[in-house]
Design a protein around this ligand. Structure first.
Ligand code: F6P
Length: 478
């Protein structure tokens, strides 16, 4: 991407700053509603889905009037949001620090539009993996896939961490009402009790382990996968039984084979799928096994629907863009450091990085509260004491996102909406939202410490705290 002018020097940003300085004390949400009875209609979006009702985004309870919104939209244009979006959707290497395309959108490219990476359309490969997932899911759910003693599978255990765990875990929780008969478990923590608690409830004859790791080198995952295999072989005894009970989701065929998993039981994906965006890929196999492939496809359809909205709706009617701009408004101008995401639907309890209603406060006026206390006969000194506790300051911004029902389709659309919101903010702030070097470095540092824990000699090569912790562990838990 071309270098951009520094955000704060961008003429559109300068104009917003001037507007903010002049108006910050004047913008009051309650007054905006009083001044304009049409505000809700003007500051809300209704996105009609083909079969699952409308998705409503009400952003009228924000500290923005039409002038502020127009300036924010000008900022999006000035930061080249549309150009950056088109670069992502056409497979350009927008993850410039890793020199990679960012194409989770290609995993749900339901119209099979050609998307080229290094001159090659990725759609046929995506479709081949989806076909494999479909066939496998149907086999396992129908009971035709047999374990080493001829019994059908009852329990699926996804072993992964980060994006290879959180997305599928969240989706399977959110879509519980769509569950077929298989039970699904997620093991991510390197603390052995996580796996041990799950294994306690399993019969190796009917357990299917999914080892989900893009790199197949992540310590937590490989350690847990090895423990699961040892547990399994402890009962099954025969290594050839592994192929009926272990499958891998990965980009690293060599490591998968070295682990002892039959390459036929590997579901691949590609370096242009970021770990955090991988639930749409083979990493979603646990979802497909849990809710059935047809519902997994609907999840992809919903995400694709939102992709189309993001790429075709004008910026002023574009849900991810509006959410992103409001985030920029509060973060950059009001100095907001927190943003609460409150899913009111219990099924969405793992949907922390998204949904459904942001911070929500009723606005109750000081005068009204005082009148009520006075009426109750309370002494004036007591009223003065209690009054500050009976009122909210109000003027708190809230977005409400409402769906008729959390279905695979609407969930897919909601997740994609937040993916694109984050992307848009990254473009405005000039941050590469897909970079992973920091995490990789963390993984490498952890790897360097592992051998130091193998013997009892004290270490002194780290900072004082790290040396102290390692030496304490060696002394007490060796
Ligand atoms: O959390 C960082 C990360 O690299 C994620 O992107 C990824 O999903 C996770 O670690 C696990 O990595 P892997 O899938 O390679 O085991």
């Amino acid at each position: 991407m071309e270098p951009k002018v520094n955000l704060k020097e961008d003429p559109a940003y300068v104009k917003l700053q001037e507007f903010y300085n002049l108006n910050v004390d004047k913008i009051n949400i309650q007054q905006l509603f009083q001044q304009d009875p049409e505000r809700f209609n003007k500051f809300s979006l209704r996105i009609a889905t083909p079969n699952d009702g409308e998705i409503l985004l009400d952003y009228s309870k924000n500290r923005v009037d039409e002038a502020a919104l127009a300036l924010l939209l000008q900022l999006a244009r000035s930061r080249n949001v549309e150009k950056a979006r088109d670069a992502m959707f056409t497979g350009q290497k927008i993850n410039f620090t890793e020199d990679r395309a960012v194409l989770h959108i290609a995993l749900r490219n339901r119209q099979n539009k050609p998307i080229l990476v290094n001159g090659k359309d990725v759609s046929p490969d995506v479709n081949a993996v989806l076909a494999h997932m479909k066939e496998f899911s149907e086999q396992v759910i129908s009971g035709n896939w047999k374990g080493y003693t001829g019994k059908s599978i009852t329990d699926v255990i996804n072993i992964g961490i980060g994006g290879s765990d959180l997305g599928p875990l969240m989706v399977t929780e959110a879509l519980k009402p769509y569950a077929k008969q298989l039970k699904v478990h997620f093991v991510s923590n390197i603390d052995g009790t996580h796996l041990a608690e799950v294994l306690k409830r399993l019969n190796p004859e009917t357990a299917l382990f999914i080892i989900a790791s893009k790199t197949f080198t992540t310590q937590e995952t490989i350690t847990n996968a090895t423990s699961a295999k040892d547990w399994f072989l402890g009962v099954a005894k025969d290594p050839s039984a592994v192929s009926k009970h272990f499958v891998a989701l990965s980009t690293n065929a060599e490591k998968v084979t070295a682990f002892g998993i039959d390459p036929k039981n590997m579901f691949g994906f590609w370096d242009w799928v970021g770990g955090r965006y991988s639930l749409w890929s083979a990493i979603g196999l646990s979802i497909s096994l849990y809710i059935g492939y047809e519902n997994f496809e609907k999840l992809l359809d919903g995400a694709n629907f939102m992709d189309n909205h993001f790429t075709t709706a004008p910026l002023e009617k574009n849900a991810p863009v509006l959410l992103a701009l409001l985030g920029v408004w509060y973060s950059n101008f009001y100095g907001a450091e927190t943003h609460a995401l409150l899913p009111y639907d219990q099924y969405l309890h793992r949907f922390i990085h998204s949904v459904i209603r942001f911070d929500c406060e009723e606005i109750c006026s000081w005068t009204k509260a005082k009148a009520e206390l006075d009426k109750s006969g309370m002494a004036p000194e007591a009223v003065a004491k209690i009054l500050p506790h009976k009122v909210f300051k109000g003027n708190r911004p809230t977005n409400s996102i409402v769906v008729k029902k959390v279905t695979p389709f609407t969930l897919g659309a909601l997740i994609a909406m937040y993916e694109h919101k984050i992307f848009t903010q990254g473009v405005i702030w000039d941050i590469n939202s897909f970079d992973q070097w920091g995490v990789e470095l963390g993984k490498q540092l952890a790897k360097a410490i592992e051998p130091e824990l193998q013997d009892s000699s004290p270490v002194s090569s780290h900072d004082g705290s790290t040396n102290g912790l390692i030496n304490f562990l060696k002394a007490n838990f060796a």
